[in-house]
Ligand binder design. Structure first.
Ligand code: DGY
Length: 312
């Protein structure tokens, strides 16, 4: 019997259960368990999380595979070229997590620029002696330039948010085109990367991790940032050279960093824990009840439709 859908992890809401009623041969088996690995040989669809990478060897063990659904907008954990060559369709959750991710990037920016974690720690420490003129001074954002890497839906949603704070958004994108970007609340310039970095008080990453963007913000590029700049990364680890960023936080060349993602997560460099004004989150970009429900709904419907439309 062909196992139509193999899934490794429960999703938020009951969407996976509903999908299982539509495809009764669906099984949920822990990622890389014996049952999961054996299931590959007959599975027509896989459902994975962004923390459950699929390799080319997995594809080779799955001769009937037609669809891979991922509970994420990012697809960097999937062998995209090999899937394309085999005609395996990828279903992701693009669109429904745009606002949640842009909100989290804004939360990180405000937390870093206003030193929220330090202020909160001061109150909790019991050592706060009262208001003082120079206590936990942050950095203002209004009137400053915000460089946004990636002009897709999340980058544009983030631009609307920083525009509302009085910042001037400018964009860079990996296609190298330098035409203007309509981000909904206005139109912003698209700049070559060196020009964007040299003029931005804040740089926020909203581009996917691809061969073009891996290691993009390396030491020479990070050296182009003005003194006291802030970096926000809610995209993917691996785009930013984290060791250079940590060094620049210690030397105060950077005023602060807000990270939601790390290269090799959930492992991350222990040096982050001692880095000044680094706000560190555990990959929460899409983590609202509404968004994770909408992602599960879109993913399960998308996988069902793709399977039903796929040739037998
Ligand atoms: C995604 O869906 O790719 C995001 O990183 C989740 O937060």
């Amino acid at each position: 019997m062909t196992l139509r859908i193999l899934s490794a992890s429960p999703l938020v809401g009951n969407h996976l259960v509903t999908l299982g009623e539509r495809f009764p041969t669906m099984i949920i088996a822990p990622y890389r368990s014996v049952a999961w690995t054996m299931g590959l040989s007959t599975a027509e669809a896989l459902i994975v999380l962004l923390s459950e990478p699929i390799s080319i060897q997995d594809l080779e063990r799955a001769p009937r595979l037609k669809v891979i659904g991922t509970y994420s907008v990012g697809t960097n954990h999937l062998p995209l070229e090999a899937c394309k060559a085999r005609g395996i369709q990828i279903v992701n959750t693009a669109g429904v997590l745009t606002d949640a991710t842009a909100d989290l990037a804004l939360a990180l920016l405000l937390a870093v620029s206003r030193r929220i974690a330090e202020g909160e720690a001061l109150v909790r420490s019991g050592t706060w002696k009262g208001w003082a003129p120079d206590q936990v001074l942050g950095t203002g954002l209004s009137g400053k330039t915000c460089g946004i890497l990636g002009s897709g839906p999340i980058g544009r949603a983030f631009a609307r948010r920083v525009w509302a704070l009085g910042m001037k958004p400018v964009f860079w994108d990996r296609d190298g085109m330098n035409h203007a970007v309509d981000f909904g609340a206005g139109v912003a310039r698209r700049l070559p990367l060196p020009e964007l970095l040299a003029s931005s008080s804040v740089v926020s990453l909203h581009c996917p991790l691809t061969e073009d963007t891996r290691g993009l913000l390396d030491r020479p590029h990070l050296d182009m940032l003005p003194a006291g700049a802030i970096i926000i990364n809610t995209a993917r680890g691996g785009i930013l050279d984290e060791s250079v960023v940590i060094e620049k936080l210690h030397s105060r060349a950077l005023a602060g960093v807000g990270l939601d993602v790390y290269e090799g997560e959930p492992k991350f460099a222990a040096d982050w824990l001692k880095a000044p004004n680094a706000v560190l989150l555990p990959h929460l970009g899409s983590a609202t009840v509404e968004t994770r429900n909408a992602m599960a709904n879109q993913l399960c419907n998308g996988v069902a439709e793709a399977l039903e439309a796929a040739p037998c």
